[in-house]
Design a protein around this ligand. Structure first.
Ligand SMILES: NC(=O)c1ccc[n+]([C@@H]2O[C@H](COP(=O)([O-])OP(=O)(O)OC[C@H]3O[C@@H](n4cnc5c(N)ncnc54)[C@H](OP(=O)(O)O)[C@@H]3O)[C@@H](O)[C@H]2O)c1
Length: 303
């Protein structure tokens, strides 16, 4: 099968499409025939060596939509047995340094990372959901006890993580302000933000911030004393000041939670946004496009 890998770190030119053996599912795993796999900022980071793994062949891709085509051994809990060959699914294949990712014709994932595919969108759109909707949901879980229904600022609110966070927080009744680039305000408002701004944020205005634009100390300054800051780059959050608790979300694969998010997508609560699709062979071109910046919606690879 064909798979997208990097053998040495670098820019888009480091991205290679190689022939490799179709992976076999082990116990509690399933193999998915990939229909679509989105390209996320983390893939560019892996490609550039941000997560290490020098000297290894690293497979790219975290998000996948496709069809279960093989099921590993079923354990006593019946984990892999929950999925039958032919099931249409989505999954998060967690991990920065792994020999094969979702940017491939087939991928093996843990059975408990898998959820039924949405019924209302195609695989290209479905493939954009897992990583960023799970990250947004898990970040909000960490913030919610502190923010209750009071004010939350989401930076990067027009992006994938930020967009899902605005939508999910608004649905929980939280008063959300979205910080987004000029020109993205209307989109962010459509997600349910009560206020949208491209710059005018007063210091100490919010109970909490979810910093999906990775603004760091700038975003921390907008949180009231004793509030909360949650970032999206693990271990890179700013130090606590003024009693503001700081931390960062690190997404975890969670098929049950992903299934809830799929339901919200099918109910129209969440929406997906696709910018362009690329053939697997053109993965390097997709990386180059992502590096250019200004992409609205995800770039999706189709094997
Ligand atoms: N920790 C985890 O588990 C986890 C999981 C998923 C993602 N992440 C990380 O989360 C971050 C966001 O990911 P994403 O997929 O949501 O990225 P994205 O779709 O590119 O969204 C980022 C958004 O922030 C905007 N932005 C950047 N600087 C801004 C500023 N100063 N003011 C207003 N808006 C600004 C960007 O606009 P422009 O495009 O115009 O710059 C873009 O709309 C990435 O660093 C990603 O690696 C972490």
């Amino acid at each position: 099968m064909r798979a997208v890998v990097v053998n040495s770190f670098g820019g888009p030119e480091a991205v290679e499409v190689v022939e490799t053996e179709v992976p076999r599912p082990g116990a509690r795993q399933v193999r998915i025939k990939v229909a679509a796999a989105s390209l996320n900022p983390v893939d560019a980071g892996v490609r550039a060596g941000v997560f290490g793994g020098a000297g290894e062949r690293i497979g790219l891709g975290w998000d996948v939509a496709g069809t279960v085509d093989a099921v590993g051994a079923v354990d006593a809990a019946g984990a892999a047995g929950a999925w039958s060959v032919g099931a249409e699914v989505v999954a998060l294949h967690y991990g920065a340094v792994k020999p094969l990712g979702t940017h491939a014709e087939y991928v093996v994932v843990d059975a408990d990372a898998v959820a039924p595919a949405p019924a209302t969108v195609d695989a290209v759109h479905a493939a954009t959901l897992p990583l960023n909707a799970l990250t947004a949901a898990q970040a909000l879980d960490r913030l919610e006890p502190a923010v209750g229904r009071s004010s939350l600022l989401v930076t990067g609110a027009a992006g994938a993580v930020g967009g899902y966070a605005v939508r999910l927080a608004a649905r929980r009744g939280i008063a959300v302000t979205g910080l987004a680039r000029e020109g993205d305000e209307e989109f962010v408002r459509s997600l349910g933000a009560r206020h949208v701004t491209s710059d005018a944020v007063a210091d100490r205005e919010f109970d909490a911030v979810l910093d999906a634009a990775v603004l760091g100390e700038l975003a921390l300054a907008w949180v009231r004393d004793g509030g909360r800051y949650i970032g999206v780059i693990p271990h890179a959050e700013p130090a606590s000041v003024r009693g503001v608790e700081t931390g960062a979300v690190e997404v975890s694969a969670d098929g049950a939670r992903l299934a809830e998010l799929v339901r919200l997508l099918d109910e129209g609560v969440l929406t997906t946004r696709v910018a362009e699709t690329y053939a697997l062979e053109d993965a390097a071109k997709a990386h180059a496009r992502l590096d250019e910046g200004g992409v609205r919606g995800r770039l999706v690879l189709v094997p």
